[in-house]
Design a protein around this ligand. Structure first.
Ligand code: ARG
Length: 616
């Protein structure tokens, strides 16, 4: 039994003995004691006041006395109003440390026999990954690691939205204007290369539109429109799609290409493969830089037809209905949602259709209990609708669907404009943080004795830790600003700050290895310092926190835990001697405490996808 269970059992026994009442563990409100009071754990006594028919203070006194008598691990108590503060014996904590200090996987839960699929990244194939994807990937990766640590079997997947009009735009632009150029011939990273043709398409399209506006045909259309409707802003808001679909040559060609693709035209399919493969190569480089990987990739081109089939079958059952124009819809009004389109009037599938098919294919493949979708909050409605549809289709996993929704990431104004001026490429961002880390490291001049290669590895490691920690520490649903300079600040609430605490612990432990010490003396360490107890209580929390973070799909709590532990260790290091402590037993105890801290920091940060350096 751990200390929480020990206290709970004691309280259950005490309430029975004192007041002849039954309580269960869930009714016991147990917290860490607030810093300003004496004690380690605090029980709220109000729930027992009714049973006892006594004043809260008296109940606290009686329960406290009982616990001291009956529970070996409790050595003291005090009552403040309705709160009973309990002091845990040093012996308990020493035993706890003895058990965990040498266990590098402390915090890992045994298998719970459940399988969860985590979908993240899931880009479209017409553009490189951008800042939003970075938050997505970091959240998806850390959520996966945390779920695995909580005992789940985790399957990491993506849906690659690899078909549709967007990729046809890149393909068309390359055919028309590319003159056979390739990523190799231009030495451009291959996903950026394809993205550039998407941007080029948009530019040519706009050019075409401007010319059309001046033409007779355009003028005729525009005469019917008001001044406001004719403005460029209105074009990009309201008229762009109409123009693309009805008047544009480029639009017509792109749509024709999509039709040919759906028919399986050999040339179009070959071009599609070539360009998508370029994109995948580029994505893979970025994933490697970020240190992430996937167990399986799903492609929309493989699942959209299954989605169509499901819709057609569902129509026979009356789940979906057809409008006069042949488009197919589902009515979700009684779930407080709208009517939703699932097949267009020409029979082609929409974004929702492929998601229905993909979910089913995934369940066929893995039989998971839960599926988590890491997708930006712009798509909240989409997932409400998708999950409702899956329930109506009576899918066995429908209750286990979860949207891990997250807010936008902005950059401080004026920072790092990308080529398009709006989005920031993931690759550029990574380069930027590593640059910041390098500058910061030069300033400190800490590892100049190492080879260039080693130094480069260290600043790379610090830069990525900075990027990852800064983003993950924010509650996912919150919109945030990513500030590269702040993210590498060794004094701030940052990844490098936590790494620095780890480096400090490791250096102490390395020194200890060279000394002739009596490690078993720790058992006779007589009196724990408040900071030592504080650290032990934090370490004790770690496995519970992992479980909570997994249940809430919230990696930010782990990041904040690591920061607090690092901070407490920095303080401890400052206030107390470790290797030069007064007694042999204090040295041994503090070293074991340091070992435990280094293990937990390493594991905690690993759950966030962050490596810990030995030096920095
Ligand atoms: N590719 C989509 C986009 O970039 C995101 C896909 C999210 N996942 C899903 N199952 N719909 O907007």
């Amino acid at each position: 039994m751990n200390i929480i269970e020990i206290i709970q059992q004691g309280v259950i026994k005490g309430v029975k003995h004192l007041y002849e009442a039954d309580v269960n563990a869930d009714q016991i409100n147990l917290n860490n004691t607030r810093k300003e009071f004496e004690g380690d754990y605090t029980i709220v006594v109000f729930p027992f006041v009714k049973m006892a028919r006594k004043k809260p203070e008296q109940v606290g006194e009686e329960l406290g006395s009982f616990l001291i008598e009956e529970v070996n691990e409790i050595t003291g108590f005090n009552v403040i109003k309705g709160f009973l503060n309990l002091t845990v014996s040093d012996d308990y904590w020493l035993g706890f440390l003895e058990n965990i200090h040498n266990n590098p996987s402390y915090g890992q839960h045994p298998s719970n026999g459940k399988k969860v699929m985590v979908e993240f990244s899931s880009p479209n194939t017409n553009k490189p990954l951008h800042l939003g994807h970075v938050r997505n990937i970091l959240l998806g990766w850390s959520a996966s690691q945390i779920l695995a640590a909580a005992g789940y079997e985790v399957v990491k997947v993506q849906i690659v939205n690899d078909r549709g009009i967007a990729i046809c735009k890149s393909m068309l632009a390359w055919l028309k204007f590319g003159e056979g150029a390739t990523p190799e011939s231009t030495k451009i990273k291959s996903d950026h290369f394809v993205g550039d043709y998407y941007v080029l398409f948009e530019a040519k399209f706009k050019e075409e539109y401007n010319q059309w506006q001046e033409s007779e045909a355009g003028k005729t259309v525009f005469q019917e429109k008001s001044k406001e409707e004719q403005s460029e802003a209105a074009f990009f808001k309201a008229f762009k799609n109409t123009y693309f679909n009805q008047y544009s040559h480029l639009g017509k060609e792109a749509k024709e290409m999509l039709i040919q693709w759906e028919k399986g035209d050999a040339e179009v399919v070959a071009l599609w493969k070539k360009m998508n493969n370029w994109v995948y190569e580029g994505f893979e480089e970025t994933y490697i830089k970020l240190g992430v990987n996937f167990d399986k990739l799903y492609y929309e081109s493989d699942t959209y037809l299954l989605g169509k089939e499901v819709v057609q079958k569902g129509m026979e059952k009356g789940l979906f209905y057809q409008k006069e124009d042949n488009s197919v819809w589902i009515n979700l009004e009684d779930a407080k949602l709208d009517h939703k389109l699932v097949l267009r009037s020409d029979g082609t599938s929409v974004y929702m259709t492929q998601d229905i098919g993909t979910a089913m294919r995934r369940y066929e493949d893995y039989g998971v209990d839960k599926m988590v979708y890491v997708v930006a909050d712009e798509q909240n409605y989409h997932f409400q609708v998708l999950f409702e549809i899956m329930k109506r289709l009576e899918e066995p996993y429908a209750e286990g669907l979860h949207h891990l929704s997250y807010g936008m990431v902005d950059l401080p104004t004026g920072k790092m404009k990308s080529r398009e001026g709006t989005v920031v490429d993931a690759d550029d961002l990574i380069e930027e943080v590593v640059k910041e880390a390098t500058a910061n490291s030069k300033e400190r001049g800490a590892v100049t004795d190492l080879s260039n290669e080693e130094q480069e590895e260290i600043v790379w490691n610090i830069g990525l830790a900075a990027l990852k920690f800064f983003i993950i520490k924010v509650f996912p649903k919150k919109r945030m600003v990513f500030n590269p300079k702040e993210s590498v600040d060794m004094q701030g609430q940052t990844g490098p700050y936590v790494q620095n605490a780890y480096v400090r612990v490791r250096s102490v432990l390395r020194k200890a290895e060279e000394m002739d010490l009596n490690w078993s003396a720790s058992k006779s360490y007589a009196k724990l310092e408040p900071l030592e107890k504080d650290i032990l209580a934090q370490l004790f929390q770690f496995p519970f926190l992992i479980k909570e973070a997994a249940e809430d799909f919230d990696p930010s709590t782990i990041a904040n835990f690591c920061y607090t532990l690092a901070k407490t260790y920095h303080r401890f290091y400052h206030d107390h001697s470790i290797l030069k402590a007064e007694t042999e037993s204090a040295i041994a105890f503090r070293l074991k405490l340091s070992q435990a801290i280094s293990n937990v920091l390493k594991m905690g940060m690993r759950l966030l996808g962050i490596e810990m350096p030995e030096r920095m």
